[in-house]
Unconditional design. Structure first.
Length: 332
């Protein structure tokens, strides 16, 4: 990627929103903890398809030498050309672009752009340009200022100048609110997996359960990689993406669902002592191409068969899934 350093960047304020793309992120703190990089859906601008790439805690691979202190971190933002295959035979596209962050106090947009309105060349070998240090996370997340992050929500945008401008496309990465009284019925599912020793080395699926108004299933493979117990979850009602498209109402390209969940193997020695359970918190991205999140090395066999515990008792293994946050892309 081509990175923009602070000396080559200008900041200004503008009342008019970006003409091409807006992205609202709800529950930014959860997203920043769960995702290294959020890659938006496709949008059209200047007759081409693009994506907005945001690193809430900075692009760590691009800046290997920077400090790991939280107060030194910066948000990284890139514009990605989404149709590299059309750039054959040395064809390139010259683009001038600006990034936007909404200012809730001034009620306008903070605009970031290359100095002197420099254009950047997108071609098959370089399909992304952007700003490595857009803004420090300390400035962006300053709760006392309440300028860019309010009620844990924020808005980014981008504007391109190629040959022509298309209508603005606005998308929200929305968090499904889990009803408090649905914790047991809707958010958690316990599966008693019996006859464990007699099970074949294949995937087994639990009955479906509800979370965030969607159907999910638990997955188990008794012997995954290196004889480990494999476990995961599946978004169970996306066959043909008909249900997912209907749920997202007007998803344009490759709609995705993001879920934070915990997989728990119960220690049956003392069911009242939750501290002895084996727990793994996970983050999954579900789409038409990938409806399940499976960890093939979820639990090492030495841990699973630990004689001081009873993860398997009377040939029964008890696994629990708790889905506690769901995000999805939707039009706004």
């Amino acid at each position: 990627m081509n990175f923009l350093h602070i000396l080559h960047m200008t900041r200004s304020n503008r009342d008019v929103p970006p003409s091409d793309y807006l992205l609202k992120i709800e529950s930014f703190s959860l997203v920043s903890k769960a995702m290294d990089n959020y890659l938006s859906n496709y949008f059209e601008a200047g007759g081409y398809k693009w994506r907005l790439s945001i690193y809430p805690n900075g692009d760590k691979k691009a800046d290997q030498g920077r400090s790991t202190r939280s107060d030194d971190r910066c948000i990284s933002v890139y514009l990605m050309f989404a149709e590299p295959d059309i750039l054959e035979n040395g064809l390139a596209i010259d683009v001038n672009f600006k990034f936007f962050v909404y200012d809730y106090i001034q009620k306008n947009f903070l605009v970031f752009e290359y100095a002197y309105e420099q254009t950047k060349k997108f071609h098959k070998l370089k399909c992304a340009h952007g700003i490595l240090n857009l803004m420090s996370t300390a400035e962006f997340c300053d709760a006392s200022a309440g300028r860019y992050l309010v009620n844990d929500s924020c808005t980014f945008g981008v504007e391109l100048f190629v040959k022509k401008n298309m209508a603005t496309k606005a998308v929200c990465l929305s968090n499904v609110r889990m009803p408090k009284n649905d914790f047991c019925m809707m958010r958690a599912h316990i599966w008693k997996f019996d006859n464990f020793s007699k099970r074949k080395n294949k995937l087994y699926y639990s009955n479906s359960f509800m979370a965030g108004k969607r159907k999910w299933r638990l997955l188990i493979c008794p012997r995954g990689d290196n004889q480990c117990l494999a476990a995961g979850v599946e978004l169970a009602d996306t066959y043909g993406m008909f249900g997912l498209n209907k749920w997202l109402k007007k998803a344009n390209y490759n709609p995705k669902v993001y879920a934070m969940f915990a997989l728990i193997i119960h220690d049956q020695t003392d069911v009242s002592d939750l501290s002895t359970n084996f727990r793994n918190d996970c983050w999954g991205i579900f789409s038409e191409a990938s409806t399940c999140k499976l960890n093939r090395t979820f639990m090492d066999p030495t841990v699973l068969h630990d004689p001081s515990k009873a993860f398997i008792l009377h040939d029964v293994l008890i696994i629990e899934a708790k889905i506690y946050h769901i995000f999805f892309d939707k039009d706004i």
